[in-house]
Design a protein around this ligand. Structure first.
Ligand SMILES: C[S@@+](CC[C@H](N)C(=O)[O-])C[C@H]1O[C@@H](n2cnc3c(N)ncnc32)[C@H](O)[C@@H]1O
Length: 204
């Protein structure tokens, strides 16, 4: 589900970028094994305005990043933001794609990132299955997302547009990830409002 105009403003606010780079990124990287495993080929689902790309480059050392979003406006904005930067779009690919139907081959990526996307996807369980499919064996999945309690309440309903059915909390997310073929390496649960998960695709 695409963002409403208010949430579009919010996700590209400099404060959101600051929080992502200075609070979320250190918390997420602290969950990764040391030394950092190879993140040569990275995929970001729901890239929005493209700030996650900076985080993935700087904190995870990704070689090539593929960034997708269901909203063509977001993809165009992310692409032009990166074109305007000194590093440019070298090592980056952008495309419009639905996380529940990813246009990639099996086992294509070393690492996949979800920064606040699943809570927008009606069938988020299908998106998890797609992430397992496109990850290499032993590949990592980094998730940072919002839970039912954060989005299914009168204030959030008034301000934003999120699916209200089939939402999830921290333990429900972990259960579905395990069933799909992930081992949970580390996780953090912030009062069942939001959480972070580092998962690894289990060899079967
Ligand atoms: C809350 S924004 C987060 C954007 C970005 N990841 C960030 O952290 O700033 C959620 C993003 O997910 C995208 N999205 C929603 N449903 C999607 C789907 N099924 N597949 C891919 N992207 C989706 C939206 O268009 C939006 O850009």
């Amino acid at each position: 589900m695409k963002l409403n105009p208010f949430e579009k403003k919010l996700v590209q606010h400099p404060l959101r970028f600051w929080l992502q780079n200075h609070v979320e990124a250190p918390l997420l990287t602290s969950m990764m094994p040391k030394p950092m495993p190879s993140c040569e080929r990275a995929l970001e689902i729901g890239c929005g305005f493209g700030n996650g790309i900076q985080l993935i480059r700087e904190h995870f050392g990704a070689g090539h990043i593929t960034a997708v979003d269901i909203d063509a406006e977001m993809v165009a904005a992310a692409q032009s933001r990166w074109q305007a930067r000194p590093q440019g779009v070298k090592g980056l690919s952008f495309s419009v794609a639905d996380a529940t139907l990813l246009p990639f081959a099996n086992s294509e990526f070393d690492i996949v990132f979800d920064f606040a996307v699943f809570h927008h996807i009606p069938d988020w369980q299908a998106a998890i299955k797609e992430v397992v499919r496109v990850l290499k064996p032993n590949g990592y999945f980094v998730v940072e997302d919002l839970y039912r309690a954060a989005i299914c309440n009168p204030l959030s309903r008034r301000l934003f547009e999120h699916p209200q059915q089939n939402r999830f909390n921290h333990s429900e997310l972990l259960t579905v990830m395990r069933q799909a073929g992930f081992e949970i390496v580390r996780d953090r649960n912030a009062f069942n409002l939001a959480g972070m998960v580092l998962a690894q695709k289990v060899l079967r």
